[in-house]
Design a protein around this ligand. Structure first.
Ligand code: ADP
Length: 390
């Protein structure tokens, strides 16, 4: 039906009365509806913000009876600090300008208690388009707010726990290489002091030096991991792509780790028949290979480690499989998290950062890394890297 005065609201009302109900009936129904609502405070304000109507929901939520509040200014629902910032006026100004204003914030009940409210203020126009006042719907979201606060507190508590655990793991890990380093340096000092006729026992000093250098290397690796993590958390992990052959890189990494594997009785089998050429940040990809391979050796219980690499569908596919302790199903989804350790620090050293860094490096390259594992049977880490920058 055509609207007679061009006001969209009245077109709807005419349609209702066309269903056999008068305008008065509709208004009555609306009033009944508003009066039966108890979980929403529904009220109207005049142009200056004085309360013009009040429903039972408003009484329930704000504590005032209609006869106490009608004609009072709505700023009394706001805490003093919000009134000082002219927040009530601001809400009306926005509703006047934009037709609607919504916010979540603290409000005050009659008894002075605060509640967390969701407030919607709507500008009310008459049929000539003249602003006549405001409708205000307030809901009490205190329980929701508290639940959210609770969740936030739990999240913070958990973050603090993880940080404290990490600090204790990190200090232990950083302390461990220092003891042999100190011992060897002291032994060398003594050897120099006792060197008769200026002759050093060179074989002994060389052995001590090797140990000292290895411990310093361990410390440098640990500190590098920590530096990488802080780089990642401030978004400063930048990649420098250069052309490279991943097969050659992988061979180098394996060759470097063979002594360590042999020491624990593991063999490392490589299946990489072809060069895999592309462009990557090779230092970072090498870091991924190193982390995965050293884990396979560390957690591999002296059993064989199988490594394969090939190119397929524009991707480099790297698999590193061990037959070691495996990862418990509940820990599996978290192994790429920062500081995550699924083993006891007494049995295995580590900061719980290697996989986190590997994951970040692989995703920064536009690739992905996955793990499958069965406790007691071993783990397989699969990396897919695009052959070129994405
Ligand atoms: P780290 O080895 O320093 O603890 P990582 O980030 O490299 O840290 O690995 C995180 C955790 O994932 C390890 O503490 C370990 O529990 C588990 N993990 C990683 N690789 C393996 C693997 N190949 N086999 C069994 N568990 C593994």
């Amino acid at each position: 039906m055509e609207d007679t005065n061009g006001c969209p609201g009245s077109a709807r009302r005419i349609a209702y009365s066309g269903q056999g109900e008068s305008k008065q009936d509709t208004a009555d129904q609306l009033r009944l509806l508003i009066e039966s609502v108890t979980d929403h405070a529904i009220l109207t304000l005049d142009l200056d913000g004085y309360v013009a109507s009040w429903n039972p929901g408003a009484e329930r939520i704000k504590g005032y009876r209609a006869d106490e509040i009608l004609g009072q200014h709505f700023s009394r629902f706001y805490p003093p600090e919000a009134v000082a910032r002219d927040r009530p006026r601001y809400g009306l100004d926005v509703a006047t300008r934009e037709g609607r204003f919504e916010e979540d914030g603290w409000r005050v009940r009659k008894d002075g208690r605060r509640f967390w409210a969701n407030v919607v203020i709507t500008a009310l126009y008459d049929e000539t388009g003249q602003l006549r006042g405001f409708g205000k719907v307030t809901r009490d979201f205190t329980a929701r707010y508290q639940a959210q606060e609770q969740r936030e507190m739990e999240r913070l508590r958990e973050a603090l726990r993880i940080r404290d655990d990490f600090l204790s793991v990190a200090s232990h890990e950083l302390r461990t290489p220092l003891t042999p380093l100190q011992l060897k340096l002291t032994a060398m000092r003594r050897a120099i002091d006792n060197a008769s006729g200026g002759l050093l026992p060179s074989a002994r000093v060389e052995r001590d030096l090797d140990v000292a250098v290895r411990q310093v290397r361990k410390l440098v690796d640990l500190v590098d991991d920590l530096l990488d993590v802080s780089r990642i958390s401030v978004g400063k992990l930048t990649l420098e792509h250069v052309p490279a052959d991943l097969t050659a890189l992988l061979r180098e990494v394996i060759a470097r780790y063979l002594p360590q594997a042999t020491q624990v009785g593991s063999t490392v089998a490589l299946d990489a028949p072809e060069p895999v050429r592309g462009e990557w940040d090779t230092r970072r990809v090498e870091q991924v290979m190193t982390n995965l391979l050293s884990n396979a050796i560390k957690y591999g219980e002296g059993k064989p480690v199988h490594v394969s690499l090939r190119a397929e569908g524009g991707m480099a596919l790297l698999n590193i499989r061990d037959e070691g302790i495996g990862i418990a199903p509940e820990a599996l989804p978290h192994v790429f998290d920062r500081f995550m350790r699924a083993v006891s620090g007494h049995n295995y050293s580590g900061l719980g950062l290697g996989l986190f860094i590997a994951h970040q490096v692989v995703t920064a390259h536009g690739g992905d890394i996955r793990v499958s594992s069965v406790v007691g049977q071993g783990s397989t880490f699969s990396v897919r890297l695009p052959l070129g920058p994405t």
